[in-house]
Design a binder for this molecule. Sequence first.
Ligand SMILES: Cc1cc2nc3c(=O)[nH]c(=O)nc-3n(C[C@H](O)[C@H](O)[C@H](O)COP(=O)(O)OP(=O)(O)OC[C@H]3O[C@@H](n4cnc5c(N)ncnc54)[C@H](O)[C@@H]3O)c2cc1C
Length: 401
Amino acid sequence: MSGRFYDVIIVGAGPAGSYIAYELASRGHNVGVFEQRSVLETNTCCTGIISTECFCSLELSPELVLTKVNSAKFFPPSGKYLRLQTENVQAYVVNRLLLDKALASKAQSQGAQYFYSSPVIDVIPGKDSIQVEALCSRASEIFSARAVVLANGFRPKLPKKLGLGKIKSFLIGAQAEVEAKDVGELEVYFSQKIAPGGFAWLVPTCVGTSPNKAYVGLLATSQAKLHLQKFLNNLFSQSKITSREVKIEQKAIPVGTLARSYRDRILVIGDAAGQVKPTTGGGIYFGHLGARIAARVLDEALHSDNLTADRLSRYQKEWKAKMGRELSRGYWARRAYAKLGDRQIEAIFNALDPNGLAKALLKPDNFSFDWHSRFILAILRHSSAYPWLKIRRLLLREASL
Ligand SMILES: Cc1cc2nc3c(=O)[nH]c(=O)nc-3n(C[C@H](O)[C@H](O)[C@H](O)COP(=O)(O)OP(=O)(O)OC[C@H]3O[C@@H](n4cnc5c(N)ncnc54)[C@H](O)[C@@H]3O)c2cc1C
């Protein structure tokens, strides 16, 4: 047993955890970060696509960029793809392992102390402080803090134990790194047979070498690994990829938010709070926005020595104001999409191309890589013809938008 005391203990050194560690440490707080992985050497299951907005906000080095994205091919079930291109770069594929390392070293440079291979097994709130039990070198140790931030990804055990509720709705994301041939740009596949309730992707990460490296992955409501294996076989038989044996990894992605992301001395950020775009499963940017708001609220609460639930509730109010509507509209749109059959998905693609609707929807007024609700509303506004009517009915049935 030991008794180290911190102003704030962060559980988890993913992008959200390391970003808040950096923000708080640079404001002079004494920060300890506990991470179960060993020295961030194992990659996390993630494609690493982030918008240019997110890239700038995180102040990342261009060395992290694997590819720039300004075009993509969208495949309906028939395979007759629709190619869309924008003038400007919309997103970057970044090396996710290097992203985690870069954010951690930024936090360390401000004095945050990292404990790797140290899973937190319990968080015990007290009146004047809060205790964290972690396994360091497999031995249980107790650390104390004035506040704790849960940034431990979508792992419901700790939030539930602390009375913050449990996110019930989730998708499974599965991914493999492959060698690909002649795949120059992002490909996205929509078919309930390929990825039930979700979509699949082929993302080149190293263009210009032979063969190219790429990520192949999908989101599905269940059996993601099995669906991905079938999809990989399919791509292999089309000679799009050249790897036969690949390692498939998977991770659950929350689609829905935690009932409460705060209580006395505790805040929850990132995937742990459900700060994830339900349309795409992308959580790096919204987790970063959540971390930024949490850092400000917590900094003020630490200075005024008022870490009550009442004071910390500002965090939830602010992050819901920033992204709550996006999350709820995305949630209902995703649910409506999951109810479409392949024929309806095909019909949507048919309606998109000929009348130039796809290009109209991509105009900056309608489209943003991160903020999808305007895009969803633009689709509804254009819903004069079948199959938009069907989608509109589904969406309206799911929620009042
Ligand atoms: C296949 C797939 C592809 C994806 N692609 C993208 C993408 O292209 N773009 C995008 O924006 N998002 C993507 N995501 C989602 C993205 O990975 C997450 O939203 C993001 O990682 C969330 O960051 P976080 O910091 O909240 O949590 P995490 O990245 O999950 O980090 C949590 C950290 O906490 C640690 N931890 C957990 N429990 C404990 C504990 N008890 N004690 C100590 N440490 C603990 C974990 O080891 C981990 O390092 C993808 C997800 C999947 C599954």
